[in-house]
Design a protein around this ligand. Structure first.
Ligand SMILES: [Zn+2]
Length: 124
């Protein structure tokens, strides 16, 4: 095999890089290690995979943050950076609980229809 010079690699955004890293075997292995440690059970509500796959691996420290903090600029660097693959940074959550974590992309919650102004003007 010939060694390819990597000097002229184009710079890639963190988001783009994270997407690529999520497709690696290393990432799959990390998820599996987290699931096994947590016995394939949501650590919030105890839900397990049934016929449907519901559990997901949540990062306590956001993955993109780790990539940034460790100065990762390529998939190769990511795969060989042990800090990214700490099982202790993972937590098994079901989809519902995962959605309630801070790092999960939030949807805009519609608060317009709440009956907040329940005035008590007729008291007494
Ligand atoms: Zn749950």
């Amino acid at each position: 095999m010939m060694a390819t010079p990597i000097a002229n690699q184009p710079r890639i955004s963190i988001t783009g890089l994270v997407k690529l890293i999520r497709k690696t075997e290393q990432y799959e292995q990390w998820k599996r290690a987290v699931f096994i440690r947590d016995r394939f059970q949501c650590q919030e509500c105890g839900k397990r995979n049934g016929r449907k796959r519901v559990i997901e691996a949540h990062h306590l420290i956001e993955f993109s943050q780790l990539v940034k903090d460790n100065g990762i600029q390529s998939v190769e660097q990511a795969v060989s950076c042990p800090e990214l693959w700490e099982v202790s940074n993972g937590q098994t959550l079901c989809g519902d609980c995962h959605r309630q974590t801070d790092s999960y992309p939030k949807n805009f919650i519609d608060t317009k229809n709440s009956h907040a102004s329940k005035k008590d003007s007729f008291s007494k």
